[in-house]
Design a protein around this ligand. Sequence first.
Ligand SMILES: CC(=O)SCCNC(=O)CCNC(=O)[C@H](O)C(C)(C)COP(=O)(O)OP(=O)(O)OC[C@H]1O[C@@H](n2cnc3c(N)ncnc32)[C@H](O)[C@@H]1OP(=O)(O)O
Ligand SMILES: O=CC(=O)O
Ligand SMILES: [Mg+2]
Length: 542
Amino acid sequence: MTHSNNNRLSIAPSSVDGAEQIFSPGAVALLEELCREYAHEVDDLLSHRQQRQHQIDNGLLPNFLKETAAIREQDWTIRGIPADLQDRRVEITGPVERKMIINALNANVKVFMADFEDSLAPSWEKVVQGQINLRDANKRDIDFVASDTGKAYRLKDDPAVLIARVRGIHLPEVHVLFDGKPVPGCLVDFALYFYHNYLALLERGSAPYFYIPKLQHYQEAQWWAKVFAHVEQKYCLQVGTIKCTCLIETLPAVFEMDEILHALKDNIVALNCGRWDYIFSYIKTLRQHGDRVLPDRQQVTMDKPFLSAYSRLLIKTCHKRGALAMGGMAAFIPSKDPAENQQVLDKVYGDKRLEARNGHDGTWVAHPGLADVAMDVFDNFIGEGQSNQLHISRDVDAPITASELLEPCQGTRTEQGMRLNIRVSLQYIEAWINGNGCVPIYGLMEDAATAEISRSTIWQWIKHGQSLDNGQVVTADLFIAMLSEEMDVVRKELGDERFVNGKFDEAAKLLTHITTATELVDFLTLPGYQLLTEQQQTTQAA
Ligand SMILES: CC(=O)SCCNC(=O)CCNC(=O)[C@H](O)C(C)(C)COP(=O)(O)OP(=O)(O)OC[C@H]1O[C@@H](n2cnc3c(N)ncnc32)[C@H](O)[C@@H]1OP(=O)(O)O
Ligand SMILES: O=CC(=O)O
Ligand SMILES: [Mg+2]
C-alpha cells in the first residue's frame, strides 16, 4: 500500500470521488496533531484492559472501585445538555451509507446515530465515503438515486439530529500510519468528522456530537476528555461545545459509570445501554468463571436479573448526574408478512415499554419501520410538554449491588441454539469480510455486537464442557462436525450460486479459529479486519 506523506502521518490513497476534500491540509493537520499527542496513550489503555482481565481470569470478580469512592459519593452534575439533545426519545441507527443516511434522517425519530462501528465493516472506501456522506448531510446538501430502482432520495425539511459513532479504541486503521504504525481508527473518525462538520453545525445552533463505544475503564473516558479539550482549545470553542454519549456496553464499565460521567463531565450528555456488546462482554470478562456461562442467546433477554440491574443502575446513575439514560436496540426488524410483522411490532413494543417504565429517556431502533411503535411507547411515558424522564429517579433507596450485576443467567443450552449460533456467526462473518457490517439474518438485525455473542457463546460452551439439552457435551470436535452440517444448511437456504460465489470457506476458517482457540479472541473484527483489508488489496491489484 503506498501512503502519501505528511510529516509523520501517511495516508493511503483512496479511489473514492472527493476523497481529496476529506484529506484537505487542515483535516490532515488536525489528525496528525491528535495522533502525535494521544495515539501512543491508546497502547497503555489497552494494556490496562489486559491487566484487569488477568485479575478476573485469576478469580477476582468485577466490582465498584475503592480508589474512586469519593466520585461516587460526592454531589456533582454534568455541565449540561444542549437544546437539540434534550429530547432523544427515539434514535435510529445505521451505517454511514448515503441512502441509509437520508432515510434515517427523514425517519420518525429525534436522532440518527451514524455508525462507523458495530454496523460498519470499515473498509477504507466505506470509511472515506462515510465521511463525505456525513459532511454532505450536515451541509443539507445530500441526495441519492438508486441505480436499481431509479428512486431519488433527498432530505426532508426538519431532519433528525445527527450523532456520529466512532470506532472503539481497539481497532486500528491500517490506511493511516503515524511514524509507520497504524493509528487508532477512532481518531480518524473523530478528527475527520469534527473538522468537516463543526462550522456547519455551529452555524445551525447545533454542535459536533459523538457516540463513544466499548469503553471499559474511566481512564479511557479521561483520554477522550483530553482529546475533546485539545480540539475545543485549538478551534477557540467554548469548553463543552463537543458533546458525547458513551455506550456502557462492557461489564467492567458498568462498575465505573459515575467515574466515566465525571471524567467527561464538560462534554458528556448521556449514557446508553448497548445491550448486545454488554452481553458479549459478560461472556468475555467472565470467560474463566464456569458458574456464569450463558444459555441460548434467545433466552438472554432484558428482563433477566443481571440485565435488568444494568439498565436500572444506568438510569439511576445518569439521572443523579443530570445525564440522559438511553435504552438500547431490540434486534427485530420488520417482516414483509403482515402476521409476522405484527409479532415483531408486539415484541418491540414490549421491549421498549420495559425500558420506558424503568425510566430510560429514549431508545434505539434499527429500522424506520419500527420508529412509530417506539415513539408511541415513549410518548406515553414521557408525557405532554416533557422532553425526557430526567426527573425520574426510581430505586433511589435500593442500592443495585455487584452481585445483582453479575448474577448467573438461568436458561437452557440447546442443540438448536448451538446450531443457530453457528449459522448466524458463519453468515455474519462472511458478510463482514465482504465489507457488509450489518445484515438481516433469520428476521434479526445482526451486527458486530450480536455476532460476537453467537461466536463467544460457542467458545464458552466448549471451554466449560457444557451439556446440551440432548445430553451431548460441547467439544471442539462436536462444533467442527456441526459446522460442516450447518454449512450445508446455509448453502440450501441461500442457493448454490450465492454460496459458491461467497466467502463461506474463509468465514468457516475464521469461525473455527475463534471458537476453538484456547484463549478467547478479543474481538472477531480484529482478525476480520485483516481479511477485509487483504481482500481490498486483492481487489485493487486485480
Ligand atoms: C448492537 C448495535 O450496535 S445496534 C446499532 C448498529 N446496528 C444498526 O445500526 C442496524 C441498522 N439497520 C440496518 O442496517 C438495516 O435495517 C438492516 C441491514 C438490518 C436491514 O436492512 P434492509 O435489508 O435494507 O431492510 P429493508 O429492505 O426492510 O429496508 C426497507 C427500507 O428501509 C431502509 N432502512 C432499513 N434500515 C434502515 C436504517 N437503519 N436506517 C435508515 N434506513 C433504513 C432501507 O434502506 C430501505 O430503504 P428503501 O425502501 O428506500 O430502499
Ligand atoms: O452498540 C450497541 C450494542 O448493543 O452493542
Ligand atoms: Mg455495541
